[in-house]
Design a protein around this ligand. Structure first.
Ligand SMILES: [Zn+2]
Length: 123
């Protein structure tokens, strides 16, 4: 991948990172205000669960972004972590933190879906 392209993606990733971090901070403010207003317990529990799920998703996303930034540093950005083929540019524009090409990602998704089913069956 060209140096100019890589720095374009680095900018995208940094912007997305700031976006997520900024959102988490704003939500913390909101959370404090709401707790002070004595909302009904059920509603509070629901909100807490929602916040926890959002946080979980954002944490995962931040991890992916940081990993992508690290790949940029190491000159490995845009290469699939599994098959080492170049990841399609279109895919990187949509998901700059993508670590796998579409084909390998699909295999991973199937695998993790199967893991979830197996975990549920085992429970
Ligand atoms: Zn691949």
């Amino acid at each position: 991948m060209k140096e100019a392209d890589v720095s374009e993606f680095r900018k995208l990733l940094m912007a997305k990172r700031e976006d997520i971090v900024g959102q988490s901070l704003r939500r913390e403010d909101l959370w404090i205000v709401q707790s002070n207003e004595q909302i009904e317990t059920v509603q509070l529990a629901g909100q807490r669960e929602f916040a926890a799920r959002t946080l979980e998703r954002e944490t995962k996303n931040l991890t992916q972004i940081d990993a992508a930034l690290k790949r940029i540093e190491h000159g490995e950005f845009g290469t699939c972590l599994d098959c080492e083929e170049a990841i399609a540019r279109k895919r990187l524009v949509a998901l700059p933190w993508a670590g796998y090409c579409l084909h390998c990602q699909e295999l991973h998704d199937v695998q993790s879906a199967m893991d979830t089913v197996e975990a549920k069956l085992a429970a």
